[in-house]
Design a protein around this ligand. Structure first.
Ligand SMILES: [Zn+2]
Length: 58
């Protein structure tokens, strides 16, 4: 198996990782679905999700 494809794949995976702002559970889903409000946390049902990779509010 060629290892050259791994970095690109990793980047795409992280774009799809979201974190619940209530219980910090990680979710993998399309950002479109999150923005349309059709996705909620599996663990607690909360709809407040933030994207893990990009956002930095300090
Ligand atoms: Zn949650």
């Amino acid at each position: 198996m060629p290892k050259a494809k791994i970095p690109a794949a990793m980047g795409r995976i992280y774009e799809r990782v979201w974190v619940c702002m209530r219980c910090n559970a990680k979710l993998r889903t399309d950002s479109r679905r999150v923005l349309t409000g059709s996705v909620k946390c599996r663990r607690c049902g909360y709809k407040g999700l933030r994207q893990k990779s990009k956002e930095r509010k300090v």
